[in-house]
Design a protein around this ligand. Structure first.
Ligand SMILES: CC(C)(COP(=O)(O)OP(=O)(O)OC[C@H]1O[C@@H](n2cnc3c(N)ncnc32)[C@H](O)[C@@H]1OP(=O)(O)O)[C@@H](O)C(=O)NCCC(=O)NCCS
Length: 370
């Protein structure tokens, strides 16, 4: 069997204030349904993709031709001054920061709107604007889910916030589906009117488990298990069953092999977590295993799984990990979940897991390079 192609994001040296775009076609990375391309470097000189593509849509950095989209949205002629200024400002932001506003293209390659990402001193402002038309709300929501996961994985570690007019129900629904949470104390009024502010959950990478965190993780692990999640136990498992396994991870954290990656709401609630377990063998130090990925069962389908995976990948890259593996219980659909984030099945042990008499499941191993 031939080796899978190596998928490595190169670090590209940049002159001060200058961001390089590398060979677009050669750099196209296929990670299952999401592919990254047009790598550039950010302020920390890390490689960041300028384009993200899925079967349903593509996000790409603006080019001069995108003036047409902006003019259409503003309902002014293509050669009006303002659209050209807006696109120029977007391009300057990309040049300065290595990220910025994405143009959203649909599956046919037509420009359908934009997702703004603009850096401020203390936060990154998110905006969403789609051309009206059939399917545009769904496309906008998908674009926002991708852009928010991208922000967690690649952008400066700042709060990501969006402000919405209270009556803008369509944007609110897209924003909620991407996992943002209202933070009422950030609500404000400007010349344009009242704004509600929503913020993206943040990722915390921990090397120890304070008692309060242990309590919240144990409670979530038990709830996820009770709801049928495949995180090592079967419904009915007790605190006495799960706690020693959780404490085993804490011991791994204390010895420096393991980190806990958690997703937390802006208000500090635990939304999900998982562990990144480093490999200690001399030949495998560039690898790590991802274990016990879980999100709050009461809040599934709001992008938290995607945001958590993005946070795990970021944490892994920051620790010099180049290859990640994981395993899941066959017959759960989880292979599709992980395929979305670039994983490929690399092995399967038939009947490795006995979940009930007469119900043996495969243990499935997946891997991806970072
Ligand atoms: C797997 C899990 C972490 C996903 O979390 P989530 O919060 O539902 O994920 P998201 O809302 O970010 O969903 C991301 C995408 O994955 C899909 N997805 C989510 N769970 C899935 C599953 N079990 N099987 C297949 N696809 C799944 C969603 O439909 C969504 O796709 P879309 O954007 O095309 O609609 C969560 O279901 C969970 O905690 N499960 C129980 C624990 C478990 O079994 N963990 C796996 C350990 S190996």
């Amino acid at each position: 069997m031939s080796d899978p192609p190596a998928i490595v994001l190169p670090i590209i040296p940049a002159q001060q204030g200058e961001y390089l775009t590398v060979a677009i076609d050669e750099a196209l990375r296929h990670h299952g349904p999401v592919s990254y391309s047009q790598l550039t470097t950010n302020e920390a000189r890390r490689a960041v993709p300028r384009a993200v593509t899925t079967d349903a849509l593509a996000l790409h950095a603006p080019v001069d031709e995108d003036v047409t989209l902006v003019a259409r949205m503003m309902d002014v002629p293509d050669d009006a001054e303002r659209p050209a200024q807006i696109v120029a400002t977007w391009r300057e932001h990309w040049d300065e920061h290595g990220y910025g506003t994405w143009i959203v293209r649909d599956a046919h390659g037509s420009s359908a709107g934009f997702v703004g990402l603009r850096g401020h001193a203390e936060f990154i402002r998110l905006t969403l604007r789609m051309l009206e038309g059939p399917g545009s709300e769904d496309l906008g929501a998908r674009a926002l889910r991708l852009a928010t996961a991208h922000a967690i994985e690649w952008l400066p570690d700042l709060p990501v916030r969006i402000r919405i007019a209270p009556e803008d129900a369509a944007t609110l629904s897209a924003v909620r589906s991407a996992g943002l949470v209202r933070v009422p104390e950030l609500d404000h009024t400007s010349e344009e009117g009242d704004w509600h502010v929503l913020e993206l959950p943040y990722v915390r990478v921990a090397e120890r488990t304070p008692p309060r965190a242990r309590e919240a993780m144990l409670a979530m692990w038990l709830e996820v298990t009770e709801a049928g999640g495949s995180v090592g136990f079967l419904p009915g498992a007790s605190e006495e069953d799960v706690a020693p396994v959780l404490d085993g991870y804490s011991a791994g954290m204390a010895s420096g092999d393991t980190v806990c990656v958690s997703l937390n709401s802006p208000l500090g609630e635990l939304l999900g977590f998982g562990f990144l377990v480093g490999s200690t063998g001399p030949l495998t130090r560039h690898g790590a295993n991802i274990e016990r990925i879980m999100t709050d069962p009461a809040r599934r389908g709001t992008n938290y799984g995607a945001l958590l995976m993005a946070g795990v990948h970021r944490a892994a890259r920051e620790r010099g990990v180049e290859l990640v593996t994981l395993d899941y219980r066959g017959g759960t659909g989880l292979g599709e979940f992980y395929t979305q984030y670039g994983y490929t099945e690399v092995g399967r042990v038939p009947g490795a897991l006995r979940v009930a008499p007469g119900d043996d499941r495969d243990g499935v191993i997946m891997a991806r390079s970072l």
